[in-house]
Design a protein around this ligand. Structure first.
Ligand code: FA5
Ligand code: MG
Length: 445
């Protein structure tokens, strides 16, 4: 068990079904682009390790399984780290050709304005049955292309520089033909481009009564990049250019045939995607910080309506930031030099669920317990709640003589709802420093 009560208390919030909540409105807008798909919005977040990882082909040593990345309730039970945890069961139920699952997901992760330890994903999948194609006297690829033609056309420019299939980087599965995968990939990509265009058009027509915000008036820039997931091949991610940077909004790919076979539907093949609902809602409403979704402040909630036209979010006054640094020595152990195999990941990179490679360094804080940046993040969350906006590594130093390693983290204390007093920030920071010592065994500098 490594799940703090602050995380457990998020379970009943169910933001994605609260009337007039921006996540609900965003979910419904996306659902409207997938007519005929069966929707699931009530699936419980406590799942087995088997559902979350094994059923999807995660190798036993995958980083996503580790206690530093995933909230365990006991050794066999976790808070789902992604909506893909329900893929196998939903394919097995075989109720529809397409489905959408929206749900809260839980990850120990970095802290910044687009990462939060509880967020919401929408999983989508669409499959076709080889026997249906046979019955209609078509190839499966033809059947799929017929459906591609039904997706609304758009005229935005999408960068997609890589081939659909790449023998090493993004291989075809043994049981699939290139024609089938080209057709299914086209259906997947056009369906998701249609979602992004619909969101962008809604955002563009959003009037904020006052001065229009610059980024919504910029032309939409979208690109497909190659990706890797244990449960799809080939795989792709979709990125959108937002506020000066590429923002990853979803992962997707051709479903591993073993998952469909194990689910009792070996004749079906198709695609799946998983998108971050907050990321899409942030694009739709120009919401600047992911913590705002959890706000119960009426200055936030009153700005959203499921029936009125979409209006751009008007930030209520931004309260001052308060930066405080903490530096500490990691205690070296004999195993540390040889590489305890644990990593310090750069802030803002998530490893759970996907196989995104992050830079790694091998250090450990106390014997038998490796140092992991996510532990720092979690202590910050536990001590400071919503009042911590950002925690980032600003300095790393290895003592030339002793080989000891020192890290410096900069915490930005800022409330979304009020001005913090300096005493308040100091008190929080002192508690944060003390917890680093108590829980991680580091030595403050
Ligand atoms: C997954 O979770 C895969 N299950 C997606 C998938 C499904 C791939 C089906 C293939 C087939 P990933 O870890 O990249 O992948 O997360 C998917 C999306 O969730 C991201 O693109 C991002 O939009 C969002 N996301 C990830 N981590 C966070 C976070 N900490 N806070 C907010 N949103 C996040
Ligand atoms: Mg990803």
């Amino acid at each position: 068990m490594n799940t703090p009560s602050s995380i457990i208390s998020a379970i009943p919030r169910h933001l994605h079904t609260q009337p007039d909540h921006p996540l609900t409105i965003t979910r419904q807008l996306i659902e409207s682009r997938f007519p005929g798909y069966k929707t699931h919005n009530e699936l419980f977040p406590v799942v087995s390790v088997h559902q979350n990882f094994d059923s999807l082909g995660f190798p036993p040593d995958h980083i996503g399984r580790s206690r530093t990345d995933t909230y365990y309730l006991n050794k066999d039970t976790v808070l789902r780290t992604h909506t893909s945890a329900h893929q196998a069961d939903t394919f097995r139920a075989n109720e529809s050709e397409g489905y959408l699952i929206s749900a809260d997901v839980y990850r120990r992760d970095a802290i910044d304005r687009s990462h939060y330890p509880v967020f919401h994903q929408m999983e989508g999948a669409r499959t076709w049955d080889r026997r249906t194609a046979e019955k209609e006297g078509k190839t499966l690829a033809q059947l799929v292309w017929d459906d591609v033609a039904k997706i609304p056309k758009h005229n935005i420019e999408v960068a997609d520089p890589n081939p659909t299939i790449h023998p090493e980087r993004n291989p075809l599965q043994a049981t699939h033909s290139a024609e089938e995968v080209e057709a299914i990939a086209a259906h997947l990509k056009r369906s998701l481009e249609d979602v992004v265009v619909a969101i962008f058009n809604a955002a563009k027509t959003a009037s904020d009564a006052g001065s229009p915000s610059a980024d919504a008036d910029e032309p939409l820039k979208v690109r497909w990049v190659e990706a890797y997931f244990p449960f799809t091949s080939p795989s792709w991610e979709l990125e959108v250019f937002w506020q000066g940077d590429w923002l990853e909004v979803l992962g997707s790919g051709i479903v591993q045939q073993s998952i469909l076979s194990n689910a009792g539907v070996p004749d079906r093949l198709g695609w799946a995607f998983g998108l971050g609902l907050e990321r899409i809602a942030m694009l739709l409403y120009s919401i600047p910080d992911i913590r705002l979704f959890w706000s119960t402040d009426t200055r936030f909630l009153s700005q959203f309506s499921a029936v009125a036209p979409i209006k751009r979010f008007v930030p209520f006054s931004k309260y001052p930031a308060c930066f405080k640094d903490v530096s500490f020595w990691l205690r070296t152990t004999s195993s540390a030099a040889g590489g305890a195999g644990h990593r310090v990941s750069p802030s803002g990179i998530s490893a759970s669920g996907s196989a995104s490679a992050s830079a790694s360094a091998t250090v450990s804080a106390i014997p038998g317990q490796a140092f992991h940046e996510n532990d720092v993040m979690e202590i910050a969350r536990e001590v400071c709640g919503e009042v911590v906006e950002d925690v980032r590594l600003v300095d790393e130093f290895v003592h030339p003589k002793t080989g000891r390693k020192s890290l410096c983290y900069r915490v930005n204390y800022r409330s979304l709802e009020r001005t913090l007093t300096n005493e308040e920030a100091n008190e929080l920071h002192e508690r944060f420093r003390q917890q680093l010592v108590d829980k991680l065994g580091v030595e403050l500098r």
